[in-house]
Write a protein of this length. Sequence first.
Length: 392
Amino acid sequence: MVGRKLLGAALGALLLGTVSASADTIKIGIIGPFSGPFALQGKNFQAGVEAFMALNGKSVKGHDVEIIYRDLPAANPAQSRALAQELVVKDKVQYLGGVYFTPDAMAITPLLKQANTPLVIFNAATSAIMNTSPLVVRTSFTTAQTTTPLGKVAFDRGIKKVISVVSDYGPGVDAEVAFKKAFEAAGGQVVEAVRMPLNTNDFSPIMQRIRDSKADAVFAFLPSGPTTLGFVKAYNDTGVRQAGVKFLAPGDLTQESDLPALGDGAVGLLTSFHYAVSHDSPENKTFVEAAAKAIGSPEQLSFPSVGAYDGMHVIYKMIEATDGKQDAEKAVNAVKGLTWTSPRGPVGIDPETRHLTQNIYLREVAKDAAGKSYNKEIQTFANQKDPGLAAP
Ligand code: PHB
């Protein structure tokens, strides 16, 4: 509340002309984890932004575009709100983008209306974020969206009993609910549902519970980063995999940048997701080349880069539609129903929810001819909306 008052005062000053808006440079403030354990995820945001600007230019309709990055190393709503306020008030950004973790997005959306600023989310994946402000648009995915096709696939592959294990916060709960719904509708049964604190890093007790459950498979969601690497390592190293318990997860758990560290332990893991770095299309080839150049090497690329790349596409369309003027409502309205070909495949902004409609792919970690692990797309579920936001 105090924060909002401060923002109000500063915005008032801006309107009175005590703080003058800079000439014709459109500033975009991007919040992400650029340092700390999740730094590679943030670097993927930056690679996506830089790839987009390298391929599409640094100005729109004669308006120069300037990016201001702000580091938010871990989920921290208070710091997220403070950074967003500072970007709007002090740096005078016209657009906010980025945001890796759900709680950080939830802390920003209440500010958007007063700030007259759209937020384009590059990652945070809880369905309900979209209901918290009409000025938020999302170019990533939701865990309900990526997970739903997996329920039927699992049952069709002979899996009857599953233990679900998720991080206990928005995207984890959404994943648990969506998987259970789809899997049980197909005929399966979730025999146990475990929610772990977000900061869990010792997974041995969980692995014991998985074995004790006698389930045919574990369904898991954790936010990508050191967390997922630790979980998949534990699945391999504590004998759960050797005991024959199958693995099901959204692709957050087999992001490409983790595959070298997982070695042969990753091969065969079954996931569903909106993007694989290996996706075979001319658009993705162009994107991967530019993004790899931006981040330093193709091995570091992962899904946040494509969320950022498409996020920039949306922001450029907003700048075009408003001809550089700050009008958040007009900017958001202009991209409702927008469709284009992303590096991940055909996508569109659902005008009802402002979330991305996209293909979800079933993938299996495989080795290429050079012995390098990758997510191999084996089936496409076309044109998926977010089932977490669909009318009941
Ligand atoms: C989220 O906090 O919304 C989040 C973070 C990382 C992921 C997925 C979702 O891999």
